[in-house]
Design a binder for this molecule. Structure first.
Ligand code: PAF
Length: 283
């Protein structure tokens, strides 16, 4: 696997690949790869001739009190895993390369970036859409793959790419879960053994909502109150939100209507904030 650290070199390699008629897939990550990321690399591989995985812990998407410094990092392990999953190139720039001194240009998708996650992490999505725009302009992909686990991010990146005329297809890969339902996340390593057990409440709450909806329940308030009770049993430190969203617009809704609803939640166990979501069909 080819490892590239500089923007200009990455652009030159991408240009060469394009000139040779190769279809390029990119999988942006912040590293500390797990099976969720690797499934996205495999998905990109199945649609493209060549896959670039990017690894950059992006400072602009972390708030001042968030975990940028302690975010887990293990480049050697990531190199091995990315290569095994089928990445041909790993683009891993440093901060100065992505944000040269004096950088003052940001990409902000107004509206949806301020709700749900955006309410609790006000500068987060501006950082995400900015770095994703830089990654797209650097790796020049035909296809970029993101995970459904970060549903709002996937929605915003898709909206940004469409509205800024990025010549790229955005594909969203399914959430990968542990056997007990916990969604894979690099941040799961922060959980103590006891918190890790209790954290399965996120998935159980989502499955409970799915069951209520299958039985005909259509009131978000009613479903939310049962989900909150189930989550409270797991003694979380805090529940930021349990939200019901129309997948097409990412607008919150209290009345569940066809064709589907996305239920998203953010819950703290100890000092670790976990998010999860599920899209549930409504008939
Ligand atoms: O999902 C992530 O890991 C990050 O938000 C992304 C898309 C790589 C941008 O830094």
């Amino acid at each position: 696997m080819q490892v590239i650290q500089h923007v200009a070199e990455m652009q030159a390699v991408a240009e060469l690949l394009r000139a040779r008629g190769k279809r390029i897939g990119v999988v942006p990550t912040m590293g500390y790869l797990h099976e969720g990321h690797l499934s996205l690399v495999r998905l990109a591989r199945s649609h493209c001739d060549t896959v670039i995985a990017t690894l950059f812990v992006n400072p602009t998407q972390f708030g001042p009190t968030e975990d940028f410094e302690r975010y887990p990092r293990d480049l050697d392990r990531d190199l091995k895993l990315a290569a095994e999953a089928g990445a041909d190139t790993l683009f891993c720039p440093d901060t100065k390369e992505m944000y040269p001194d004096g950088s003052a240009t940001f990409v902000d998708v107004e509206g949806v970036s301020a709700v749900l996650e955006g309410k609790f992490r006000p500068t987060h999505f501006r950082g995400v859409t900015t770095v994703v725009a830089k990654i797209l302009n650097t790796t020049k992909p035909h296809l970029a793959v993101f995970g459904q686990k970060d549903a709002q991010q996937a929605f915003l990146v898709t909206k940004m790419a469409r509205e800024l005329n990025f010549d790229v297809q955005i594909l969203v890969g399914p959430t990968v879960r542990e056997q007990d339902g916990l969604a894979l996340s690099s941040r799961n390593v922060y959980l103590s053994a006891d918190e890790r057990l209790r954290a399965t409440a996120l998935f159980r709450a989502l499955k409970h909502a799915e069951m209520l909806i299958a039985r005909g329940e259509r009131s978000a308030a009613h479903i939310r109150s049962q989900m909150l009770a189930l989550l409270a049993d797991a003694a979380p430190a805090k529940i930021d939100y349990v939200a019901f969203v129309r997948p097409a617009s990412f607008q919150e809704t209290e009345l569940l209507e066809p064709p589907s609803v996305l239920i998203a939640l953010a819950v703290w166990f100890g000092s670790t904030r976990l998010i999860d979501n599920m899209t549930i069909p409504i008939s």
